[in-house]
Design a protein around this ligand. Structure first.
Ligand code: GLU
Length: 316
């Protein structure tokens, strides 16, 4: 569907959702994807995933962009906003419907939850496994419908550069998943595939919280005849209790008054052992060191790690 660039050009990206200011957990993903792209002498693109308008926090897209610029990130070309891409998502949705690889579904969440209570539908994480009720046509066609893809049976494998071989039986764990919601918004799983292909992304480097979604995305790449990118999933930053840092966790907010320190802290989290004296060097010096010394293999197999907040550095 999209033109794919020559495979010799590495193209990475960072794709934050504007649901709050940039926090440490996202910064780690930004730094990891940026260093991978810069070390490969490739390009690094920025995309704002403002698809889920109800969850968007006004002003946060601009604040994220400003923070990234202050921290010294440089991106190629203009910033893509998913809110401008609805036609492309809808075209892909129609394409899958026309090919019979997707169907209209009138099931509501409460119906699925009721079914879960009688174990027709399993709860995996916070996700209800879809039991396939509308595959042969919506059971209540007068209602608003979602669109789901028909998931092939069996396991889908991903070879992740850091996490190794990772498989999910999507049909057993998730079932036919939604690509367009009943409220008309296209789902993240579809949008991310369409946009990564459209932007010619060759390597997706992001947090391991998205590892479990990756086989769903691979299924969509195959259905749409698109080239699957390389994947590398970085450890997710958690607090001392093992809870993933969220945008609301004040402790993790980025202090843009101390950009060098924040990038240094992300490098330390990413097991790069940045020399302590670089905390007081200029940003350019720190980035230069980081690009030269980036060794993602130090993160092999690490899916989460605890963030150390302002200790032993005398700076907080
Ligand atoms: N927009 C997602 C987030 O902020 C990231 C999506 C991705 O990197 O694929 O968590």
């Amino acid at each position: 569907m999209a033109d794919s660039p020559g495979q010799s050009t590495y193209r990475g990206r960072f794709a934050p959702s504007p649901t709050g200011p940039l926090h440490f957990g996202s910064l780690v993903a930004a730094v990891g994807s940026y260093l991978s792209a810069r070390q490969a002498r490739g390009e690094w693109l920025l995309r704002i995933e403002d698809l889920d308008t109800p969850r968007e926090v006004p002003g946060s897209a601009d604040s994220i962009i400003r923070t990234l610029a202050t921290l010294g990130f440089e991106w190629t070309g203009s910033i893509l906003r998913q809110s401008s891409r609805r036609d492309a998502y809808e075209a892909a949705t129609q394409h899958l419907l026309n090919k019979g690889q997707a169907f209209l579904c009138s099931c509501t969440r409460s119906e699925l939850q009721a079914a879960q209570a009688v174990a027709e539908c399993l709860l995996v994480g916070d996700e209800l496994r879809y039991p396939g009720w509308c595959r042969r046509g919506p059971r209540a066609p007068e209602r608003k419908t979602a669109v789901r893809v028909i998931v092939p049976r069996g396991e889908t494998a991903v070879t992740d550069l850091l996490q190794g071989r990772f498989t999910v039986d999507v049909s057993a764990e998730v079932g036919d998943f939604v690509i367009r919601r009943r409220d008309g918004l296209h789902a993240y799983q579809l949008a991310v595939v369409i946009d990564d292909a459209f932007q010619g992304i060759t390597a997706v480097v992001r947090g391991a919280d998205l590892l479990h979604s990756t086989p769903r995305q691979v299924i969509l790449y195959r259905m749409l005849d698109l080239l699957v990118p390389d994947y590398a999933h970085l450890p997710v930053a958690t607090d001392v209790n093992g809870i993933k840092l969220s945008k609301s966790a004040g402790a993790a907010a980025i202090d843009i008054a101390r950009p060098t320190y924040e990038v240094w802290r992300a490098l330390e989290f990413l097991r790069q052992a940045p020399p302590p004296e670089l905390r007081r060097a200029g940003l350019a010096t720190l980035w230069e060191w980081a690009i030269q010394h980036w060794q993602p293999k130090r993160l092999n197999g690490l899916r989460q790690a605890t963030i150390r907040v302002g200790r032993e550095d005398g700076l907080t």
